[in-house]
Design a protein around this ligand. Structure first.
Ligand code: SF4
Length: 259
């Protein structure tokens, strides 16, 4: 299966490996990835090459209107989703009206499907911005990426577009005071001949200690599941994933493993 970009703003509901019946909201342009990371495993493929003309983010009023139409339709059919999930073609917090859209989503959810959760999958690069931080505090599942405790591994796996300040990120992750879920993708392989492996013992020890320090509500760990832009990547074995989960459990952190 090739890497994949969404052409719609509202997607699904689809059955998510981790979240259940998920109504997706893609705040990024249609068929265009925009992300402040360029992860080697990204299911959307790589960011467009430098010099590619910019694409517009979808208009706020249009997003809210499409979401309302869909939620109304699902409520009428008795098929409310388990979760409304902000993910899509890149980093959702990069939408200039992200905070306003979250407020509107909370309002619509409360009207049409009060038992549905709201989740944001974000890569953490913008959590230091007050409007992003405060918006993430308003959602039920604030799911933030932390693939390694080691800056050099983050550089290799997540390939940040700008300098990534891990210490600042950790400080903000702690400021959520437990209202955060850490998501970590485990992977091994090599990129242009350079080995990458966040399942190695030293990696897992450092990551476990850091997660303990952040004290999230929960941790979600998962391997690659679909095609990736770097072809040499391997999926860690179920035994390795369970071993990593066990280390977290031993330090008292609830963990959900997707195999
Ligand atoms: S943070 Fe998510 S969208 Fe961005 S490059 Fe990584 S996997 Fe892709």
């Amino acid at each position: 299966m090739a890497t994949f970009l969404f052409s719609d703003i509202i997607v699904g509901p689809i059955t998510s490996r981790r979240l259940g019946a998920s109504l997706g909201v893609n705040l990024l342009p249609a068929k265009r990835k925009i992300c402040s990371f360029d992860c080697i495993y990204c299911e959307c493929g790589f960011n467009p090459p430098k010099g590619t003309p910019p694409a517009d983010f979808p208009e706020t009023a249009g997003v809210v209107s499409l979401l309302e139409i869909k939620l109304k339709e699902l409520a009428a059919e008795g098929k409310n989703p388990d979760v409304i999930t902000f993910a899509g073609n890149g980093e959702p917090t990069m939408h200039p009206a992200f905070a306003e859209i979250i407020d509107e989503t909370v309002r619509l959810r409360n009207i049409y499907c009060p038992n549905t959760r709201i989740a944001v999958l974000s890569n953490t690069t913008r959590i230091h911005l007050p409007h992003v931080f405060n918006a993430l505090l308003k959602v039920d599942d604030n799911i933030l990426k932390l693939d390694s405790a080691l800056p050099e591994t983050i550089q290799k796996i997540n390939v940040p577009a700008k300098a990534f300040d891990l210490n600042r990120t950790i400080n903000y992750l702690k400021r959520f005071a437990g209202k955060v879920i850490i998501q970590t993708l485990f992977v091994k392989g090599n990129v242009d001949g350079v080995p990458v492996d966040n399942t190695a013992d030293a990696e897992v020890v450092a990551w476990t200690n850091l997660v303990k320090e952040i004290a999230p509500r929960e941790v979600m760990i998962y391997p690659i599941a679909r095609d990736t832009p770097v072809k040499s990547l391997e999926k860690p074995s179920p035994e390795k994933m369970n071993e990593i989960a066990e280390r977290l459990k031993q330090v008292g952190i609830p963990v959900r493993v997707t195999l």
